[in-house]
Design a protein around this ligand. Structure first.
Ligand code: ADP
Ligand code: MG
Length: 237
């Protein structure tokens, strides 16, 4: 416990919530503490990621421990890997029973970027990572398209859920990325629809954001159970 507090202090990590797991000291903790597969450690090192960033140090063990995570850290601080890494460690590629993880991003550019990052991290593995395009949302048949991880903007996902009966009932991980922007852009209704569609009772939700406006705090309180709140740096940077 002492060690955890020291690490948090060293990296400027602030937490709230009970029983928060110890931050990562380095990426090799992923294998020694959490059975990370060698391919992922290899890809991290190939990508030149030598040390986890502060948000990664704390958010990754939180999500790996099965806790919901409400994370706030500045732009450019590596939040994408903070939510993708635990998902990749926990879901199996090529599963036949539908979409296992959904990442909601505020813009198409951010969604496309998230898919690219995810593909780099999964090099050598047969994960099916899909970007929800306009065509897919209007005519894709997700009962036939293999998909482990779906990345989408709110309008397209909401459309597919409501008009095309997209089944998200087996989703195990839901990430609302850049949730401050999701609100600024007025996607409250669509977020609601996605949260409802991801009806698996054991789903693990996480919320990532660069700032912490009251709207985001309220959303976190309303949709998450026993979430761990992780803040790196100041609340509004
Ligand atoms: P954020 O979502 O917090 O704005 P990103 O996840 O987009 O930040 O990451 C910003 C950049 O940092 C990306 O180019 C990403 O590949 C890189 N990055 C992420 N984690 C690490 C790491 N541990 N070491 C070095 N670079 C990293
Ligand atoms: Mg980001």
């Amino acid at each position: 416990i002492e060690q955890a507090a020291l690490l948090r202090k060293k990296y400027g990590i602030h937490i709230s919530g009970y029983n928060v797991p110890q931050p990562l000291e380095n990426f090799s903790d992923l294998s020694s503490r959490f059975r990370c597969k060698p391919y992922l450690s290899e890809n991290l090192s190939q990508l030149g990621f030598k040390e986890p960033t502060p948000i990664q140090r704390q958010a990754i063990p939180v999500i790996l421990s099965g806790r919901e995570c409400f994370a706030c850290a500045p732009t450019g601080s590596g939040k994408t890997l903070a939510f993708l890494c635990p998902i990749l460690m926990k879901i199996k590629p090529g599963s036949k029973d539908g979409i296992k993880a959904v990442v909601l991003c505020p813009t198409r550019e951010l969604a496309a970027q998230t898919v690219r990052e995810c593909k780099k991290l999964t090099r050598g593995r047969k994960f099916k990572i899909k970007l929800m395009t306009k065509e897919l949302s209007r005519s894709g048949d997700f009962t036939k398209i293999p998909c482990d991880i779906l990345v989408s903007t709110p309008l397209r996902l909401d459309f597919a859920i409501n008009k095309r009966k997209l089944d998200l009932s087996r989703v195990e991980y839901l990430v609302l990325d850049e949730s401050d922007k999701l609100f600024e852009l007025g996607f409250v209704e669509q977020i609601d629809s996605v949260v409802k569609a991801c009806s698996n009772p054991s789903i693990i939700r996480s919320l990532f954001s660069a700032t912490l406006p009251d709207t985001v705090e309220e959303l976190a309180r309303s949709i998450m159970h026993d979430a761990v709140r992780v803040i790196v740096g100041k609340k509004n940077s």
